[in-house]
Design a protein around this ligand. Structure first.
Ligand code: CS2
Ligand code: MN
Length: 347
């Protein structure tokens, strides 16, 4: 597995020099952040990003994410134009020898939490989701603004988009995803780019919007409908694992050969549709990373893996979930597990 770290570019308070000092760190997961969703990513911008990372002795191994235009998710008539753009971006990424692209198909809002700085018993803080709080929030009010959300929409557009989604069932949203994949995957095959869809986080509908990358059944359906190795998934343990009904080991088996990227994160279930992110350590939360990594190794997974969100510890301030210290601890923990798995294989 190729140990990797998410980096938000030159504006990120966490620098490549910091990341380089984490033992075993090889890959950088990043994106072009200054283009409107749907626009073709120019080769120049991609190669500049890649070279700035290589200059520090690291490798741009995954793009997270190339966002999918809302017209594609909504199935609007204009979607074909945005799909063609998406294909052009893949071609430019392949030209820069980038082989893995993470994306998601969540309507409007990316990962959602009700609290960004919820205390943990050890005095640190982390992201928390409490459904009771979320149901009382109007996402358009501005009361809740999360760092993963694209708030470039005008409020009036946002209201219209949310209204339009009221007519989109989960089945329809899935059909819109398949429509997108049927057109994009042939390009990904031709360019040898592995597409890896990220789960919906949390893995259930929020604000009355449909969500589909939530369960084993839906993963299997989506993989079968477009049955190509290039149509794969990002296995995010914390996103799928937020729902105790998801059996992560069974999900990994069901997606054998189609897992192209792994996000390693731990969450603690607090009750019905409520959870808090914890350190990566198995005994701190409800997700057992050693068992998951053993399964991935048995399935022959050798792709990129990154510690996902971390807590805020040691007084660090920064982008919620994406500080340096706890993600570095997570990487060290994951490295230890992987080393032990290697030793056991040799026995
Ligand atoms: C999140 C998401 O769980 C996560 O990794 O930080 O923002 C994720 O990067 C996107 O949904 C992937 O498209
Ligand atoms: Mn993730």
């Amino acid at each position: 597995m190729e140990m990797s770290f998410r980096w938000y570019g030159s504006d990120d308070p966490v620098t490549l020099d910091h990341i380089k000092q984490i033992p075993g760190m090889k890959g950088i997961v990043s994106a072009i952040y200054d283009l409107p969703v749907g626009e073709v990513w120019p080769y120049e911008k991609i190669i500049n990003l890649k070279q700035s990372i290589e200059a520090k002795g690291l490798r741009l191994n995954v793009i997270e994410s190339v966002p999918v235009h809302e017209d594609i998710k909504l199935g609007r008539d204009t979607r074909d134009h945005w799909i063609e753009n998406y294909k052009k971006t893949l071609i430019n990424l392949a030209k820069a020898e980038i082989r893995t692209v993470c994306y998601n198909f969540m309507p409007v809002f990316d990962w959602t939490r009700s609290e960004l700085q919820a205390s943990l018993p050890d005095g640190s803080n982390s992201l928390l989701y409490n459904e009771e709080k979320v149901v009382n929030i109007d996402p358009i009010s501005g009361e809740l603004e999360l760092p993963g959300w694209d708030l470039s929409y005008q409020t009036s557009d946002l209201r219209q988009i949310i209204e339009e989604y009221q007519k989109v069932s989960e089945e329809q949203l899935m059909e819109n995803l398949i429509y997108f994949l049927e057109r994009v995957i042939p390009a990904a095959e031709a360019e040898d780019v592995l597409m890896a869809i990220h789960p919906d986080d949390p893995p259930w509908g929020i604000f009355g919007l449909p969500r589909i990358m939530t369960s084993k059944e839906n993963i299997v359906y989506m993989l079968k409908q477009v049955d190509s190795r290039h149509n794969g998934i990002t296995f995010c343990t914390g996103s799928y694992g937020a729902n105790p009904d998801n059996n992560l080991l069974e999900m990994l088996e069901a997606a054998e050969g189609r897992i192209h990227f792994v996000h390693a994160r731990n969450v603690k279930w607090l009750g019905e549709r409520s959870f808090q992110e914890t350190s990566h350590l198995a005994s701190d939360g409800s997700i057992n990373l050693p068992v998951i990594l053993r399964k991935l190794s048995q399935l022959g997974f050798e792709g990129p893996i990154r510690p996902d969100h971390g807590r805020m510890i040691w007084g660090e301030e920064g982008r919620p979930g994406y500080g340096l210290y706890d993600r570095a601890l997570g990487a060290a923990y994951i490295n230890g597990i992987i080393d032990l798995l290697h030793v056991q294989k040799e026995d």
